[in-house]
Structures are given as structure tokens and as C-alpha cells.
Design a binder for this molecule. Structure first.
Ligand code: PLP
Length: 296
């Protein structure tokens, strides 16, 4: 599903910027920032429940790897970023919400060369989440296969969670235009990669299947949690390339993401899936909630 839409709040969202919590009107970056000009930067979306960030370490490790992969030197180490997140959550008006941790290349001369950008900008925003609608949670999401393809690892490695979301945005626009809730992107070979802001799982004959990251999927934290839960629950699972045919003929399908958590899929390109919410989804969704309660 969507990277959660930030809803207008009665209390303003909270922002930590380059070392301190700032007033919303001071939460700004330069128009010369290459994050804005070229999408040159990396980010994380993190949930907090009961005032605690879920799987924070995993998110920060992924952020560090994304940054290393694009040679972006984050001016804070993991401990300092952890503290930034803790401070932001502590200042947030709600106990439950969503964090957006962003590192941009920083301001520099026009032109894409990042070598003259010397001050990466780091900020963390905490806000409420617009939860997925009850209709989608109960009846399942309608997904389409987008004509827009996912960039492959030969273009931009899917493990890099970069600020470049344009082809995901185009896919999402296709879904909206078609009256669907989410778009599934294929890779250049026509195999399933992921949703516009989530990973995809299908269930066939009791086995849980998801495309390997190399097929063009973000190495999702929620995806990883679901695989751990499947293992613990004795559900057979496999990372394997999937074609649209596999989705259309699946017994169940669901999407995973920090914002979405686990979302059942009811229709794929107009084909009703036989079980929605299916038994494997229901089991894993309950196990996910239990895990959140245990870890928080
Ligand atoms: C393209 C894409 N795929 C998958 C995901 C799910 O990843 P995670 O579970 O780490 O939130 C996201 C989350 O933002 C995403 O943007």
C-alpha cells in the first residue's frame, strides 16, 4: 500500500533537523539541496508504537547501507541517529505514528555531480499515520499490474532506499486511474518485483512465496519479519521468481510494509482471489501484532 500518507494533524508534526528538534516553520532544506533537485539521498520509514520505534536497528542498518552504496557520508553514527529518533518520538504528540528519517546529499552547485555537496542534511519527521481503510483491511486491496516497470539492479539496486520514487509514483498513478488500491511493478523481464511501496507475498498450496530481492524488491523490514514469523510458525516458505500468472492463480496474496503492516489482496487485475483474507494471511497478521506487542 501507500507509503502512509501524512494526514493533517491538529498538533503539528515534529521535526528533528541536523541535531535538534526545530519548530515546523524552521524545518526546511535549501532549494539547492541535491535531495530536492535530483532525488539524491536515502531515507527510512519507521513505525513507532507505544512511544517505541519498531525494528529501529534494522532500519538504521539499512539506511547506513543505502548511504554507503551511493557514497553519501552520513554525519552521524548509528548511536547518534538512534538518539535522534528517540528524541523525535519523545517530542511527538502521539504515542503511535510514523517516522520519516531522511538524509539528503545537501546543497551544492547546479549539476548532478555530488562532489561539491559538503553538508548532507539529516532530518526525522514524526507524524500520524493515515491507516489503511477498513474496506481494504476487511475486503482486501485491489491491485493492478502496472505498465511502468521497476528499475532493475542494473539501473539502481533495489536495496538502496533512495529518494527516487518516480517510477513507483507513476505505477501508483496507474492504480489510482484504474480505481485500484495498489500497483504491482514487474521487472524488465516481466516478473513480479513488488508493490509501489510494499513487498508482495502469495500463497500457493499452503506455501508462502515472495520474489527474491534481486528480482527488484526492496529488502523490506516487514518482509523480513514475515519470513521470520513463517519460519517460527512452521509455514513452508520460499523466495522464488514469480510471474503475473502466479499472482492470478494464487490462493492468497498480501502486501507488507512499515506503513501498511500486512494487507490482504482481494483482486489482482480484476481476478478475485479465492481466499481474502486467507488463512495464512490471518495467521501471520495475528503473529505480527503479537510480535509488535512483545518487542515494544
Ligand atoms: C518500494 C518499497 N518496497 C517495499 C517497502 C516495504 O519495506 P518496509 O517493510 O521496510 O517498510 C517499501 C516501504 O517503504 C517501499 O517503499
Amino acid at each position: 500500500m501507500a507509503n502512509p500518507t501524512i494526514t493533517p494533524t491538529q498538533s503539528a508534526p515534529v521535526c528533528w533537523l541536523n541535531g535538534k528538534i526545530v519548530a515546523p516553520e524552521q524545518a526546511t532544506v535549501s532549494v539547492f539541496d541535491h535531495g530536492l533537485l535530483y532525488g539524491d539521498g536515502v531515507f527510512e520509514g519507521i513505525r513507532f508504537y507505544n512511544g517505541k520505534a519498531f525494528r529501529l536497528q534494522a532500519h538504521l542498518e539499512r539506511l547506513m547501507l543505502s548511504a554507503r552504496a551511493i557514497a553519501l557520508a552520513i554525519p552521524y553514527n548509528i548511536e547518534a541517529l538512534t538518539q535522534a529518533v528517540l528524541d523525535t518520538v519523545a517530542a511527538a504528540p502521539e504515542q503511535n505514528g510514523y517516522l520519516r528519517l531522511v538524509v539528503t546529499r545537501g546543497p551544492g552547485p547546479l549539476g548532478i555531480d555530488p562532489s561539491r555537496c559538503h553538508s548532507p542534511q539529516v532530518f526525522v519527521i514524526a507524524d500520524r499515520l493515515q491507516l489503511v481503510s477498513e474496506r481494504v483491511r476487511n475486503d482486501g486491496a485491489k491491485v493492478i499490474i502496472a505498465a511502468t516497470r521497476r528499475l532493475g539492479a542494473d539501473g539502481l539496486d533495489p536495496r538502496i532506499k533512495s529518494l527516487n520514487y518516480l517510477n513507483h509514483i507513476l505505477a501508483r498513478m496507474e492504480a489510482t486511474h484504474a480505481g485500484a488500491d495498489e500497483a504491482i511493478l514487474l521487472n524488465s523481464a516481466g516478473r513480479i518485483a513488488e508493490g509501489s511501496a510494499d513487498n508482495i507475498f502469495i500463497v500457493k498450496k499452503g506455501e508462502l512465496l515472495t520474489p527474491p530481492v534481486i528480482e527488484g524488491a526492496l529488502d523490506g523490514i516487514t518482509r523480513q519479519v514475515v519470513l521470520e514469523l513463517a519460519e517460527k510458525s512452521g509455514i513452508k516458505f520460499r523466495e522464488t521468481p514469480l510471474a503475473p500468472y502466479d499472482l492470478f492463480t494464487a490462493d492468497e496474496c498480501f502486501l507488507t510494509g512499515t506503513g501498511a503492516e500486512l494487507i490482504p489482496v482481494g483482486h489482482a487485475d480484476g481476478r478475485a482471489l479465492p481466499a481474502c483474507p486467507g488463512p495464512v494471511y490471518q495467521h501471520l497478521s495475528a503473529a505480527f501484532k503479537q510480535l509488535v506487542n512483545q518487542e515494544i
